[in-house]
Design a protein around this ligand. Structure first.
Ligand SMILES: Cc1cc2nc3c(=O)[nH]c(=O)nc-3n(C[C@H](O)[C@H](O)[C@H](O)COP(=O)(O)O)c2cc1C
Length: 403
């Protein structure tokens, strides 16, 4: 297989930690493997290592300020011209600033503006790394699609042994290669993703719904867009923000999602249906707010159209992936749904006690064909989105499709 690093344009951020000197060796390795490397340093990084070292190794200018040649808007240009942004080392301070959306220097502003994969290799004292503030910031960034090459346990500069040592260069290169390998894998493809809950109103202020937040759909949309796909996200009511740069169609009810799916999803190369669509809606919707009478109340329900089954019937040459949120007999039920709805694959998650909903971690198993099965493991939804698309792309390549 071709070396994905050869010819890659790497934005290499360096922040102010002791391990900054290791970024110099990494620059040399990347250049030797045929990458072009634009190094961006924080002001504090310059206390640890001189820009001249990076300039000599990369044979390119090193960027240290938002205000050098501002007419060229360096924080936007540098990330638009790069294939991947890698930060080695990433300090606790940098991670906190990124989690808060602070953009007060060239490196933080560029990373905030980046629509390319962002890979961070943190390095710091063990207590700093394990502090709940740092851990919360790392979780926030993971959820937003940042990738990490986690630090290792070992001898730290302050003569303590603990977690926080910069990952070995081989592991950083693996993280970079993973990000680069995915970068154009869905180029030219149209991907439609449904996500979030639906709301089924029975008066102007009340509705039936479920605990879905759309986090999985948003993570998948971001990942598919990073891979070069043209993405349409059909999104139910959620407070989560969809990623920039993709088409978002907002819906509220299952009937609206049904209409939107027929309009926007049919004909896509890949359809991933994660939406938690309400199976029923109130048969009658009152025009005005219902008032309590002290009596009980019965709400009659009518079935909603089956969005997934309809997509299965009309999928043509699309590759159709469904989701099954199950509370028991997960895989048996999911396999039945896979067949019944003519899906090409189905991702199963366990939603007992609302597990699987929300922005935390999830675990997924992907099923296809008669007995195809891959356990995608337990991870942040952003990491699971990447694993799911890796597996689905493989199935699309080998033409594993249901009739
Ligand atoms: C000798 C020395 C070593 C440091 N090493 C680290 C480190 O390895 N990791 C880290 O997160 N901070 C480290 N710091 C603290 C950062 O330099 C400090 O938080 C700084 O504000 C980071 O700025 P930056 O994130 O903009 O580069 C170190 C500070 C000193 C004085």
């Amino acid at each position: 297989m071709a070396d994905v690093v050869s010819g890659a344009r790497v934005f290499l951020g360096v922040s102010g930690g002791i391990a900054a000197y290791k970024a110099a060796a990494l620059t040399s390795t990347l250049v030797q493997r045929g990458a072009s490397v634009d190094v961006v340093m924080t002001a504090e990084a310059e206390r640890f290592i001189a820009p001249l070292t990076f300039a000599s190794l990369s044979a390119r200018p090193v960027y240290t300020s938002l205000w050098d040649f501002p007419e060229r808007i360096p924080h936007i240009r540098l990330v638009r011209e790069a294939d991947v942004a890698l930060v080695v080392p990433a300090t606790a301070n940098l991670i906190a600033k990124l989690a808060a959306g602070i953009a007060d220097d060239l490196l933080t502003a560029a990373l905030l503006a980046a629509r390319i994969p962002r890979v961070l290799a943190p390095a710091m004292n063990g207590a700093m790394y394990e502090d709940p503030a740092t851990q919360a910031n790392l979780a926030t960034l993971r959820e937003r699609g940042y990738e990490f090459v986690d630090p290792e346990r070992g001898f730290l500069a302050e003569r303590e042994t603990g977690i926080g040592r910069l990952a070995a260069e081989d592991r950083i290169l693996e993280g970079l290669e993973r990000a680069l390998a995915r970068r154009r894998s869905l180029e030219g493809k149209r991907v439609a993703i449904t996500g979030g809950p639906t709301r089924e109103p029975f008066d102007p202020v009340r509705f039936l719904s479920n605990a879905s937040t759309g986090a999985t759909a948003i993570a998948l949309a971001r990942e598919a867009s990073l891979r070069g796909a043209r993405v349409t996200l059909l999104l139910g009511p959620t407070l989560l923000e969809p990623p920039a740069g993709i088409e978002v169609v907002r819906v509220t009810t299952a009937q609206q999602l049904y209409a939107a799916a027929l309009e926007h999803a049919v004909g896509a190369d890949l359809i991933v249906a994660t939406a938690a669509v309400a199976d029923w809606r109130p048969a009658l919707e009152s025009d005005s707010k219902l008032h309590k009478s002290g009596e009980g109340m019965t709400v009659e329900l009518s079935p909603n159209p089956d969005v997934l089954a309809t997509l299965g019937e009309r999928k043509g040459s699309s590759f159709l992936v469904g989701f099954a949120a199950e509370t028991q007999a997960h895989e048996t039920n999911a396999r039945a749904k896979l067949r019944r709805k003519h899906l090409d694959a189905i991702a199963v998650n366990d939603v007992r006690g609302e597990r699987g909903f929300g922005t935390g971690e999830n675990s997924l198993v992907l099923l296809w064909g008669e007995d195809g099965r891959r356990d995608l493991g337990r991870a942040a939804k952003s990491a699971l989105a990447a694993r799911l698309l890796d597996a689905v792309e493989e199935l699309m390549r080998i033409g594993s499709r249901c009739s």
